[in-house]
Design a protein around this ligand. Structure first.
Ligand SMILES: [Zn+2]
Length: 201
């Protein structure tokens, strides 16, 4: 199929939210030698670089993550200036014969499902870390005070956040919280003393 035919086909495709598609033609030569291809890719799952914590662009609608060169799909570098490799989910659309609208939609939905799984994994990892942090803080709070140490000193020692800064702090009860790593929900992830107690019993 020609680039124009594939572009026409893509125009008919309805993509899940956060998933994009593009026709790639070969940068190395005439497209009658190297067949054009369709790739689908997803927005970035992280709102911040996992390496350095800096915010990263999540909307990748304008950033095709691969190029086509002599018939080979080559991913562009996704290395953040800090050295961390930022993951991008993408795949090539393949069909049994000529690519159809259904083939593109199937690939796009598969990718969307992978993105959902990744979001669940990322949130679970943050929650596990929060549990760990809060547990350690509570253990330290339960230890006897040293000579001349006040209760307040001890609480200052374990406090790493506040109601606006992520970390461990005491509201109505001790809790640890963090922003949603996927940036999708404005609802933070929170683990409270009570959550830990419930998990234990
Ligand atoms: Zn970084």
């Amino acid at each position: 199929m020609t680039v124009d035919q594939l572009e026409t086909l893509l125009a008919e495709v309805s993509l899940p939210r956060g998933v994009h598609a593009a026709v790639l033609s070969d940068s190395a030569g005439p497209t009658d030698v190297w067949c054009p291809r369709i790739v689908v890719w997803a927005n970035r799952s992280h709102s911040r670089c996992p390496g350095c914590g800096q915010p990263v662009a999540q909307d990748l609608s304008q950033d095709v993550p691969v190029s086509l060169n002599r018939g080979e799909l080559q991913p562009y570098s996704q290395q953040h200036p800090c050295g961390e490799w930022l993951s991008i989910l993408w795949s090539e659309v393949s069909g049994t014969g000529e690519v159809t609208v259904v083939d593109v939609e199937r690939a796009a939905h598969q990718l969307a499902a992978e993105v959902d799984n990744e979001h669940v994994r990322l949130r679970a990892a943050v929650e596990a870390q929060l549990r760990q942090d809060l547990k350690q803080a509570l253990q330290r709070l339960a230890e006897p005070l040293a000579h001349q140490e006040t209760r307040e000193d001890r609480e200052d020692e374990v406090r790493t956040g506040s109601d606006v800064e992520p970390g461990v702090y005491r509201g109505e009860q001790w809790l640890a919280w963090a922003f949603d790593p996927t940036g999708i929900s404005s609802e933070p992830i929170t683990v409270t003393e009570r959550n830990l107690a419930t998990a234990r019993s």
